[in-house]
Design a protein around this ligand. Structure first.
Ligand SMILES: [Zn+2]
Length: 246
């Protein structure tokens, strides 16, 4: 059987085009392949992200699905992410997630041959739906979500802008605090990003690390099990937490 390769332009995560290797099929009204299989340029290194805001209803392992996550969204539709990499899942049942939030990495667990993401959508009655329209509609968000934050940070740090918060990005991150850096090019993006994460008291996105900035960072640190000192460093895990690497 030949592999159908569709370039899903709207599924571009920064520079990474995702390809559909097997799409949704129905025979009569019975679904034959109740999802889409996606691969990216980096295979197992690819992030799996939440397609929309929602609540995690499943984050577990099964023999067939491997490590997988299920999210319930507005109007009770469900998105499902299968075969994820072992120990890569960053969300647990009951977590609220936002569009573009990293759930973990693409993997090859369960009934899978080769690293890929089986992505599926179910309506509120549990009936599988063709995921393509959801992908095309919902993935537009990524440019204003997490990957946008990462690329903004990278350009401010003059690190390689590839949308992946890899070692180069991390090695260039520096200490930011109200005491040490009153003004830093990354501060503005941090302010915007934290605001979008719900830290509404962050203040104006003006690039100045003032008292409101410090307070919001402390709250973020508290919520993410980092050292609560209001200083954004790699040592105290805050950078990694912000870049969703821990
Ligand atoms: Zn599949």
């Amino acid at each position: 059987m030949s592999v159908k390769l569709i370039d899903v332009k709207n599924a571009v995560l920064k520079n990474k085009v995702h390809y559909v290797t097997s799409d949704y099929k129905t025979r009569g009204n019975r679904s034959v392949h109740n999802g889409m299989d996606l691969i990216g340029k980096n295979r197992s290194a690819d992030y799996v992200i939440a397609i929309d805001d929602g609540k995690v209803i499943t984050s577990t392992y099964s023999k067939t699905a491997g490590y997988y996550v299920e999210i319930k969204h507005q109007n009770d539709y469900i998105s499902r992410y299968l075969h994820m990499k072992k120990n890569s899942i960053k969300v647990k049942k009951g977590d609220n997630v936002i569009k573009g939030q990293v759930l973990g990495f693409m993997g090859n667990t369960g009934d899978s041959n080769g690293a890929h993401l089986h992505f599926a959508i179910y309506d509120n009655k549990g009936t599988p739906q063709d995921p393509l329209p959801y992908l095309q509609d919902k993935l537009k968000f990524t440019f204003s979500g997490f990957s946008k934050f990462v690329s903004n940070v990278q350009s401010a740090l003059k690190a390689r802008v590839d949308g992946i918060a890899g070692p180069e990005t991390l090695s260039k991150t520096i200490t930011i605090s109200a005491k040490v850096n009153h003004k830093h090019p990354v501060v503005k993006y941090l302010q915007e990003y934290l605001y979008n994460l719900g830290y509404k008291d962050i203040g104006t996105a003006d690039g100045i690390a003032g008292p409101k900035f410090t307070k919001a960072i402390k709250q973020f640190q508290k919520d993410n099990n980092c050292v609560v000192d209001g200083i954004v460093t790699i040592q105290n895990k805050t950078w990694k937490a912000l870049l969703k690497l821990i």
